[in-house]
Design a protein around this ligand. Structure first.
Ligand SMILES: NC(=O)c1ccc[n+]([C@@H]2O[C@H](COP(=O)([O-])OP(=O)(O)OC[C@H]3O[C@@H](n4cnc5c(N)ncnc54)[C@H](OP(=O)(O)O)[C@@H]3O)[C@@H](O)[C@H]2O)c1
Length: 277
């Protein structure tokens, strides 16, 4: 029989900010904490490292690009816990500095940061219990990218009534113009990562709104956030430690029951940020 114990899952947490989030949850979350990784060896090594600190994370394999892997995690959570209480979608990549053609960088970056993250949500959201908290790790680069978008794109991105289908169309449009080599002519900035994080931010807003209307599962909250500039394998110039980078994601993952705000927001340093006008 499934346990009624509360459970938290962090994607891409064998290293970097995700590892810091797992460390923080192990210290503060009242329930089981799953460190997940696409590479089982790296994941188990990370779990052992935290055990040496006296913490007790658990491990489950999760490759967010592999639908079978996501389904396996879902089946496991369903069987062991009968639900899910905290989901931190942290796994992400930054390829803008590579020498690959721009269209390739866009395809790879949007695939993982937007489409695969969305796939995790679509599979795991049915498991979320009342009062669950979801944190989608975005970036302040979404604000920078928004600033460089055409007025027409800005209006679509910040439209309070935007639907998930409309967001998907926007992301597909960016991929298409990247392939055609006409990104700037079509009003987009030439940044793959930044635009992928516009996708994460708007996705979180739309999902939060949908949960606000789900009377069968009250008080499920989705937010996105920027961890700040954190020194990791993705950002050698980052100035924060991974534990400092984990502060805002942890704040959102541990929002107390029935808070009024933040809900569906983009949060930096624990403060809500809006699209610039
Ligand atoms: N560092 C910053 O300054 C900064 C700033 C703003 C936002 N962020 C965001 O913070 C998040 C974490 O970044 P980080 O700086 O901690 O980067 P990181 O140290 O490179 O960690 C990224 C994590 O994502 C995992 N990952 C990649 N592809 C995956 C997949 N298909 N399935 C599951 N996991 C996968 C990596 O696993 P492997 O070890 O197997 O590659 C790794 O565990 C990202 O979403 C990033 O965009 C970072």
């Amino acid at each position: 029989m499934a346990s009624t114990r509360r459970v938290a899952v962090v994607t891409g947490s064998n290293k970097g900010i995700g590892f810091g989030i797992v460390r923080g949850l192990c210290k503060t979350f009242n329930g089981d904490v799953y460190l997940t990784a696409r590479n089982e060896g790296l994941g188990r090594k990370a779990v052992e490292d935290l055990k040496k600190e006296g913490l007790n994370p658990l491990f489950h394999q999760l490759d967010i690009s592999d639908s079978t892997s996501i389904q396996n995690l879902k089946a496991f959570l369903q069987k062991q816990y009968g639900g899910l209480d905290v989901l931190v979608n942290n796994a992400g990549i930054f390829k803008d500095e590579s020498d690959a053609p721009f269209a390739e960088k866009v395809e790879e970056t949007l695939k993982l940061n937007f489409w695969d993250t969305l796939a995790v949500c679509e599979v795991l959201y049915p498991l979320l219990r009342p009062h669950a908290r979801v944190v989608n790790v975005g970036s302040i680069y979404s604000t920078m990218a928004f600033g460089r978008c055409s007025d027409s794109l800005k209006a679509k991105i910040s439209n309070p009534n935007i639907s998930m289908d409309q967001l998907k169309d926007l992301m597909r449009d960016f991929e298409a113009v990247a392939k055609a080599g006409t990104v700037e002519e079509n009003g987009w900035p030439k940044w793959a990562y930044h635009v992928s994080k516009i996708g994460v931010r708007v996705m979180s807003y739309i999902q939060a709104k949908a949960f606000a209307h789900d009377s069968s599962r009250p008080d499920i909250i989705v937010n996105s956030c920027c961890p700040g500039s954190v020194h990791t394998d993705t950002n050698y110039n980052g100035t924060k430690t991974i534990d400092e980078g984990a502060v805002t994601p942890l704040y959102l993952a541990l929002l107390p029951p029935n808070v009024e705000s933040p809900k569906g927001e983009f949060v930096c340093e624990k403060v809500v940020e809006h699209w610039p006008s």
